[in-house]
Ligand binder design. Sequence first.
Ligand code: IPD
Ligand code: CA
Ligand code: CA
Ligand code: CA
Length: 265
Amino acid sequence: MARSALLNVMVQAALKAGRRLSRDFGELENLQVSRKGPGDFVSSADLQAEQTIKEELQKARPNFGFLMEESGEHEGADKSHRWIIDPLDGTTNFLHGIPMFAISIALEHEGRIVAGIIYNPATDDLFTAERGRGAFYNDRRMRVAARDDFHDCVIATGVPHLGRGRHKPYLDQLETIMADVSGLRSTGSAALDMAYVATGRFDGYWEEFLYPWDVAAGILLVREAGGFVTDINGGDDMFKSGSVIAANEAIRRHIQHGLKKAQNK
Ligand code: IPD
Ligand code: CA
Ligand code: CA
Ligand code: CA
């Protein structure tokens, strides 16, 4: 299916920022890195990518607002549209030379995500979706995995790190889910974890303590690939709760059930 003009704008912005990220990835020793909190880093590459994406999107749609990880929220003259941007999801991977990171851009219209892209410049993997028009991986249609036996599933999760999340409840979750599935994985990028659910590589994914920019594009990708995304309680409050479960509906229920069981440990 041909991309809309708007999706093209998003793709062009990501490709431009991605070219620069790829150059920086090859010269990590030249980056300026600072610490936002314990275990939480930001580099000149994150900031430069955010600036490039913002400029490109603003050129095309000057009135839209922004919610961005590094520079926060800016209201636009058009209050009904807002870009939600993570310029570099997986900064820790990036800074360690691990080629698993992504640019995530979503467009929200009246509180609903209507377009989303996730782009990994290191592998040139591009995942796109528009509301009602399906989800695509490098222009091929994506579907979530159809597997419904939880025991056969590979499930992804984000592992809380220094300064992030509560570790004991997470270990209970891990213990419960891993006893039931054939494999657990973690890419270190919430955006890629969700894109991989949309492609069917991962059968499901859960994580807590996330921000809207980590998951906004991923939510649309998974839904447009035929999957289901909820917060940890099965509701629709992913942004406020910071929690996400994504999978086909049978597997999503299994994960939700497992996480509930873990709460009573
Ligand atoms: C992080 C990644 C990671 C997740 C962390 C996020 P960042 O985002 O998405 O997978 O586990 O919670 O903070 O800071 O690299 O953009
Ligand atoms: Ca960050
Ligand atoms: Ca992120
Ligand atoms: Ca980031």
